[in-house]
Design a protein around this ligand. Sequence first.
Ligand code: HEM
Length: 427
Amino acid sequence: GLSPTGCPISARAAAFDPFKGDYQVDPGDALRWAREQEPVFYSPELGYWVVTRYEDVKAVFRDNILFSPSIALEKITPAPPEALEILKKYDFNMQRTMVNEDEPQHMERRRLLMDAFLPDKLAKHEPMVRRLTRSYMDRFIDRGHADLVSDIFYEIPLTVALHFLGVPDEGAEELRQFAVAHTLNTWGRPTPEEQLEISENVGRFWKTANDILDRMRADPTGEGWMYDTIRMHNEHPEAVPESYLRSMMMAILAAAHETTSNATSNAFWTLLNDRPAWEDLVANPALIPSAVEECLRVAGSIVAWRRIATDDTEVGGVKIPEGGKLLIVQASANKDRRHWENPDEVDIYRDNAAEHMSFGYGAHQCMGKNIARMEMRVFLEEFTRRLPHMRLVPGQTFRNLPNTSFRGPQSLEVEWSPQDNPERRDP
Ligand code: HEM
């Protein structure tokens, strides 16, 4: 076959399927062949140009005019008409938020809403993260085993996100169930039957998020980023319109919750599989912040993001037509030997680990990156201190929801001997 620019499609490019096989096991490793032989290739399965090298991924992120983020949250598998009918029933009307908004609207909005994300504003959340972490650990510390995903890492980032946003507690229970639907709806390859069920859940998610928003708007004096956003909407309705408010309430939950839960599980998976690195953190917790960056490099939770070319152009010497869609694979950039020494090695002493692409880059770079880093650091501090001898239950496989972009294990089984807990031996 031929690509849209008339270039022949290689056998490997034609066989590329990010919804199963290698890419689901480890997207960075799965694209090693492409980084070496065909760094930008057209995937007929996806209808996207796949970008795999560090410099090219960074260049695409950097130019958000030529490479618009408007398709970032588009359904990668189009919905059948019946699924659209279901969404209509819920008045689903997801519009641009921030991550998929073009300039100049995007920057104007980002500036108005940046305040709560600044480091001095974030510091006040850390004691809560630590308190939550300690109390969740108390529930299982004498048990000798846990599934870190369901016992702690799925829950705490959601609680922290809701607190940061100012969403009242009664909203939490309702919102808990919808994350999976959003991931598969946006980045998965659901069958037509699955599309219907997912659409019901997305519709319910939309309705719940909007009901909560309406309650918050009725008394917009509360504290938290959604309240800031409501007040900005009241003051600057052109920059922060109604449609943005409604869409953001749903989008920000996925942005803040699952990304952080997955990144934390990935980090523990990585470090517990590399005992010397784990032992170094136990001995010297000051290394934890750099270990967090290294884990985000080798096992980030957003492994690929999307852009659309607004003009005929070139990426890495390959012609991309106007309207060409790009899958920019951060997990591949993060393993590119052109940028990293020994890219496949987990090295918590690496001095440039923070140059990873896992938070994106440029004008749209993740606004919540320092919240995520803080949560990951606190989790590692508490676990290396209280359960330094914890180990992975052997023989587990990494079960990911099949999709192009969100990556994290569905479970993470660990075990330890409670009689060896430092708090028992040395109370
Ligand atoms: C944007 C990753 C946590 C809020 C993004 C983008 C990525 C990303 C890849 C798009 C960047 C781009 O287009 O250049 C992650 C990862 C996280 C995480 C891996 C956890 C480890 C969070 C949290 C929040 C958050 C905790 C909020 C509390 C946002 C927002 C944007 C964004 C608002 C849009 C920024 C813009 O378009 O200007 N994130 N994120 N993220 N993220 Fe995160």
